[in-house]
Ligand binder design. Structure first.
Ligand SMILES: CC(C)[C@H](C(=O)O)[C@@H](O)C(=O)O
Ligand code: SF4
Length: 465
């Protein structure tokens, strides 16, 4: 029977099925960070379990890490303790840890692919909701809860329920200055934040085939913002070229065997999906979020909607509350919204291509007097690459701060935090209340749009910069 890519990945990992429709799924890879793993190590110790296959685990500290003074002791006592605990747990259980001051540190979803730890065909989990990022390689990747991290380490398997499938086919080609981020914001605007709940989403079509791995990762990363735990792109020559020679990817004869297998990982032409969405990439324009959920988005030439125009009382209240928090008025033009902070980084848009896109805009001006703008590379490797290309000079000369890698202002769990009322154009993935600091307001945009906003001091159409 014809199958989807998701079906094939799932079927290849079922160890056992239960009568109530659940399946025990073999887990090939587990990524760890400092925030979601402490309890799982407590559970391992208490139960006397060992880590079943330590070499299938890889850890890094990213959420709490400072983005300045790398190599010096972490000043914040709580962050220092969190990071030290991860290091200690990894030592005790024989898990590979990428040290904070080392050359390979970075955001967990950036380092997995960089290391070649993320591979097509594997099941990969992490105690983090943005784990779908790795599905860009054709891996069955999903976020798990903190307690499940312990289960995975001890048992190398998890009970899961099979998801339904959704295909997002993107026809045509993205216009200049319209990025994967814009595509994703537009898609989430259309599906709603819960539109893909219970579904594994596969991205297909010519616009996806034409995308770099960085762009595919941006898509899969934000799949969770549409409610789905799993985003997928079938692996192809772009995928293999990205992975070839990566430190933890197969080498030599094993590489050839792996590629031969990876080539089989695609949905059959006549596979049936439970839901299907078709987007014409050519019609898209740059997007901005205006509310407190990633589905509250506008094209940059749009206007802030009016709650009074919404019939459904629940939806009306939701929109009114978002506008209230965001300090916006119905009818306001998106490109008239003044900002005072810009954040370029995160596991959504902190990769080399994202920094290149932002730097190309930074070259055209200087950060506005009112604005504080920060560039936080997604990893040490991204930082090195950017510096080798001179992007750090471009950013600094234009008035942007150039920082050390980490989650930083995406989630404000370190000392990068915005004051109440601050308004930020951000390349991250969530605009929830308080996400960048208590009372701070977030507008989600692409890297080029963020750089353009930094220069203009307001949200602005990057196509006109
Ligand atoms: C802290 C962590 C568990 C969290 C997540 O699950 O995604 C964070 O990475 C986020 O982006 O909100
Ligand atoms: S960069 Fe943001 S979204 Fe990604 S893992 Fe860190 S906090 Fe989560």
């Amino acid at each position: 029977m014809a199958g989807t890519l998701y079906d094939k990945l799932w079927d290849a990992h079922v160890v056992e099925s239960s009568a109530d429709g659940q399946a025990l799924i073999y887990i090939d890879r587990h990524l760890l960070h400092e925030v979601s793993t402490p309890q799982s190590f407590v559970a391992l110790r208490e139960s006397g379990h060992v880590v079943h296959r330590p070499e299938t685990n890889l850890a890094v500290a990213d959420h709490a890490v400072p983005t300045h003074g790398r190599g010096q002791p972490v000043a914040d006592a709580q962050a220092r303790a969190q990071i030290a605990l991860l290091e200690e747990n990894c030592r005790a259980f024989g898990i590979d840890y990428l040290p904070l001051a080392g050359p390979d540190q970075g955001i967990v979803h950036v380092i997995g692919p960089e290391q070649g730890f993320t591979l097509p065909g594997v099941t990969l989990v992490c105690g983090d909701s943005h784990s779908a990022t790795h599905g860009a390689f054709g891996a069955l990747a999903f976020g798990i809860g903190a307690s499940e991290c312990g289960t995975v380490m001890a048992a190398q398997a998890l009970w899961q329920r099979r998801a339904k499938t959704m295909r997002v086919r993107v026809d045509g080609a993205l216009p200049d200055a319209v990025s994967a981020k814009d595509l994703m914001l537009a898609l989430i605007g259309r599906t709603g934040a819960g539109g893909a709940v219970g579904h594994a989403v596969e991205y297909t079509g010519p616009a996806i085939r034409a995308m770099s791995m960085e762009a595919r990762m941006t898509l899969c990363n934000m799949t969770i913002e549409a409610g789905s735990r799993t985003g997928l792109v079938a692996p192809d020559a772009t995928t293999f070229a990205y992975l070839a020679g990566r430190p933890r990817a197969p080498q030599g004869a094993m590489w050839d065997r792996a590629v031969a297998y990876w080539r089989t990982l695609a949905s059959d032409a006549d596979a049936v999906f439970d839901q299907e969405i078709v987007i014409d990439a050519g019609t898209l324009v740059p997007q901005v979020s205006f509310g407190t959920s990633p589905d509250q988005v506008l094209p940059i030439d749009g206007i802030v909607p009016d709650p009074a125009a919404i019939a459904d009382p629940g939806q009306r209240r939701r929109l009114a509350a978002a506008l209230d928090y965001m300090g916006l008025t119905p009818g306001e033009r998106a490109d008239a919204i003044e900002i005072d902070h810009v954040f370029i980084g995160s596991c959504t848009n902190g990769r080399i291509e994202d920094l290149r896109a932002a730097a190309a805009i930074a070259l055209r001006g200087h950060v506005h007097d009112r604005v504080r703008a920060m560039v936080v590379p997604g990893s040490m490797a991204v930082k090195r690459m950017a510096e080798a290309e001179g992007l750090d000079h471009i950013f600094r000369a234009a008035g942007f701060e150039w920082r050390e890698p980490g989650c930083s202002l995406c989630v404000a769990m370190n000392d990068d935090r915005l004051p109440p009322g601050a308004r930020c154009a951000s390349t991250s993935n969530r605009n929830f209340e308080g996400r960048q600091g208590v009372g701070a307001r977030t507008h989600l945009v692409s890297p080029a749009m963020a750089a353009a906003a930094a220069i203009a001091g307001r949200l602005t159409d990057v196509r006109a910069v």
